[in-house]
Design a protein around this ligand. Structure first.
Ligand code: ADP
Ligand code: MG
Length: 386
């Protein structure tokens, strides 16, 4: 990555989901033109970009079209095949690079990277055969078997109480390469988002405290109310070391667990902005998407400043149905009547249970006020978690 791309240039993104949409919106606000490659004709980002290349991620013509349009290319989706990023990277500045994305795509490589950086992670073993599942150390059980690749929002994971359960879990996941992790006593979950540029400048957002329900992010609170300052410092430091170790350029999120004994363990990372950072659009002077634009365009990196306390609530497709499964429209007017409510919907036509349809950030002068309004929002919409 070298050179500086000023507004007026065209920035491209691989993937047309909500993260791509918010990247596009941020780039457009700064005066960039934008292009999205995604096979779906109604993808959330494709619908708001200047150009939508409707093609598969490995389609050579599609990749060529994207390169023709764009001066630099980023990704919003870690499962973009690394080979597509290699092709793009040979002709255009591409951030993050294929090497780093490849590590983040594979739980085994990811954990090896954590270890290389001396960042603790869950005890684990690679399971690629039934024999390995039979011979696993009892120390790792009860555990969680996760597919090495392509898992998200708790999908591609099965609990394993004992050896018999582990074998059944491996077969249930399709006998693909998996990582067995010891089930840890989680006290809290948190995440750190950093941005790093090619000059090795690194900036970070404040630590986010996250609540997951059924493996899907439900609530993010910033500032993190229940994480000691020293633990926050350790997490920020670890995220920076991990980014540097990969020569990473772009926005990177690292998820952590705080265990019952107070120790910090890295869980996984995402080579892109992250759902837990969406609050930064409304509660910080620079959002995670603004920093993605800056790192891609080679513009100066400046530390973001949080100006309001924030609680972010994810809006899943479940909200579009009554308890009796009848379709409904959530009471948007009801929640927009509350102070400091910022509604973000991703333009997805079909609501399905568990599908991320949007999010809502409550900003306030302090954390307790933000939480008080968030509770009212949750009550009016019928959201779980608060
Ligand atoms: P995904 O890619 O689906 O986000 P994660 O590995 O982050 O997968 O797991 C999803 C959630 O499952 C975590 O946020 C956490 O709540 C729980 N979880 C994952 N791994 C463990 C573990 N080793 N011990 C206890 N809980 C876990
Ligand atoms: Mg996760």
């Amino acid at each position: 990555m070298s050179g500086r791309l000023l507004p007026g240039a065209t920035l491209g993104v691989m993937g047309g989901g909500q993260l791509g949409r918010m990247f596009v919106q941020s780039a457009q606000a700064m005066g960039y033109f934008t292009a999205v490659l995604d096979p779906d004709p109604t993808s959330p980002a494709g619908m708001v970009a200047h150009y939508h290349v409707q093609a598969d991620y490995l389609d050579e013509q599609g990749l060529a079209q994207l390169m023709q349009r764009c001066a630099a290319i980023t990704t919003e989706f870690e499962n973009v095949p690394a080979s597509a990023l290699v092709t793009l990277g040979a002709h255009r500045p591409t951030a993050p690079g294929a090497d780093a994305v490849e590590i983040c795509q594979d739980r085994a490589l990811e954990k090896a990277q954590f270890r290389r950086c001396e960042v603790p992670c869950a005890p684990h073993a690679l399971i690629e055969t039934l024999a390995q599942a039979e011979a696993v150390s009892p120390e790792l059980l009860p555990g969680i078997l996760k597919t090495a690749r392509l898992g998200y929002d708790g999908k591609g994971q099965v609990g394993a109480a004992d050896l018999a359960g582990l074998q059944a879990a491996w077969l249930a996941l399709g006998s693909v390469p998996c990582v067995l992790e010891k089930r840890l006593p989680l006290h809290r979950e948190l995440s750190v988002i950093i941005a790093r540029d090619a000059l090795d400048d690194v900036v970070h957002f404040p630590v986010q405290q996250n609540l997951h329900i059924d493996g899907i992010l439900s609530v993010t609170q910033v500032p993190a109310p229940d994480v000691p300052a020293e633990t926050q410092r350790q997490a920020i430091d670890a995220a920076g070391r991990i980014a540097r170790s990969m020569g990473y350029v772009g926005v990177l999120c690292v998820e952590f667990f705080v265990l019952d004994d107070g120790s910090l363990v890295a869980n996984e990372m995402a080579p892109r902005p992250h759902n837990s950072g969406h609050y930064s659009i409304d509660a910080c002077d620079l959002s995670q998407f603004d920093l993605q634009v800056r790192t891609l365009a080679g513009l100066p990196l400046v530390a973001p400043r949080q100006h309001s306390a924030a609680v972010m609530l994810n809006l899943l497709g479940d909200l579009w149905f009554t308890s009796g499964d009848v379709a409904r429209t959530p009471d948007w007017a009801g929640v927009l009547a509350l102070p400091g409510v910022h509604l973000h919907l991703y333009g997805k036509a079909n609501a399905r249970k568990g599908r991320k349809m949007g999010h809502l950030t409550v900003t306030a002068a302090d954390a307790s006020q933000a939480m008080a309004v968030a509770r009212q929002v949750a009550q009016r919409l019928g959201l779980p978690g608060l």
